[in-house]
Design a protein around this ligand. Structure first.
Ligand SMILES: Nc1nc2c(ncn2[C@@H]2O[C@H](COP(=O)(O)OP(=O)(O)O)[C@@H](O)[C@H]2O)c(=O)[nH]1
Ligand SMILES: [Mg+2]
Length: 372
């Protein structure tokens, strides 16, 4: 028996050397073509494909299971009652027993023809190979909408601060990695959001050997994109969470960012009220209600989207949120005044009150308004 046979790709058992993990949501028109192309470009490699589908309404999972019946290299994990790109990728990678795993989109936007080159880099000693848009030969950010392009640039700059391994394209959803690294970091990864590669690169204990391969991000032909501008806020939260050494929960960061947006809303509403000729007290009261309502709606859509309130529960939740915020405001003023009376600087007293109010609002909102 040769050395190659005894190691990773044992041809006797047919155990795969490479698992391609494919997260999917409503991709039934794309997955069969992707499977066909993998068969073509990975001829000669012992590979398997694991599609991780979040119970797509278009029936992607049933279709993939049909494919598995004629090709056992294709498997499907159907997750019910859950959504989230990062979590899907993690589960797919952890379902593999191959030494090497790759993650790529189901929608044919990732150029599968570079997979053999990526695998060669791994065989040559790299531990993480990123398909990058941002090196020579890559598409840069062409093919992305202007907003996504701006997010991508911002993300790259921010992530330099927290990544342990330098990456030219940390937002890439296309990479290959030795599975043992994933097994090691998995418990520390966030399952919400989309930044799986950046999260791995920020969470590894030992800096892996990295290689990059350029690729051109293709246009999507079937189906539609599920990632929108929300990913920007998500990404900023991710970086802040890592900068705080994981101490400040991601959800609190979102909550605080939404609170900061509420301040802008408040001032705009106050200005509008005053322009309409309202007395200051009334304009200020109206602005407070408008800001709380806007905070509630954004938190419901974003911060607590996994516990989103709908229908009648939306309105009872809103009323509860008013109550919570009012108590928070009392606590805030109380603490600040008490400190100020004790000769603490005005700004420190004010800041302490505001932080205490925000922490209370966050804790009470999590426990009472968006109870899971
Ligand atoms: N399992 C799972 N896959 C998802 C989810 N959201 C997006 N995807 C898949 O992740 C990949 C990238 O998503 P896409 O919407 O194309 O993002 P874009 O290419 O950045 O616009 C595609 O294969 C999607 O089907 C999700 O919530 N769960
Ligand atoms: Mg896509």
């Amino acid at each position: 028996m040769t050395r190659a046979q005894m190691t990773s790709d044992s041809p006797t058992t047919g155990a795969p050397e490479l698992t391609v993990v494919v997260p999917s949501y409503n991709e039934r028109e794309n997955v069969p073509e992707l499977a066909r192309r993998l068969g073509e470009v990975l001829a000669g490699v012992a590979w398997e494909m694991i599609v991780v589908d979040d119970d797509s309404p278009d029936g992607t999972s049933a279709l993939v299971k049909d494919l598995s019946r004629s090709d056992p290299r294709i498997r499907c994990i159907r997750r019910v009652g859950r959504r989230g790109l990062a979590g899907a990728c993690i589960e797919g990678m952890l379902a593999s027993s191959a030494p090497v795993v790759a993650v790529m989109d189901a929608d044919l936007q990732h150029d599968e023809t570079i997979l053999p080159a990526m695998l060669e880099k791994i065989r040559g000693g790299a531990e993480l190979v990123v398909a990058s848009r941002n090196i020579d030969g890559g598409s840069k950010t062409e093919g992305l909408s202007p907003i996504r392009q701006a997010i991508s640039d911002l993300g790259r700059r921010l992530s330099d601060m927290v990544l342990r391994a330098p990456l030219s394209d940390p937002m890439s959803g296309f990479f290959m990695i030795r599975r043992e690294i994933v097994e090691e970091v998995a418990p520390r990864l966030a399952t919400t959001g989309f930044k799986i590669l950046a999260d791995i690169a920020a969470s590894v204990q030992r800096v892996p050997t990295v290689a990059e391969v350029p690729f051109v991000f293709r246009e999507r032909i079937h189906g539609e994109s599920k990632l929108d501008a929300k990913v920007a806020l998500d990404y900023i939260g991710f970086v802040l969470n890592k900068l705080s050494g994981g101490l400040i929960p991601l959800r609190f960061i979102f909550f605080a960012l939404v609170g900061a947006s509420g301040l802008v809303v408040h001032l705009a509403a106050l200005y509008a009220g005053l322009s309409l000729g309202l007395r200051f007290e009334w304009a200020q009261t109206a602005a407070t209600v408008v800001a709380m309502t806007s905070n509630f709606i954004i938190n419901n859509e974003f911060t607590y989207r996994d516990a989103r309130l709908k229908g009648g529960r939306f309105f009872t939740g809103l009323l509860l949120f008013y109550v919570v915020c009012s108590i928070g405001a009392f606590g805030n003023v109380g603490v600040a005044s008490w400190l100020y009376a004790g000769d603490v600087e005005w700004w420190l007293s004010g800041l302490a009150g505001a932080i205490m109010g925000a922490v209370f609002n966050y804790a009470a909102s999590s426990a009472v308004v968006w109870r899971r």
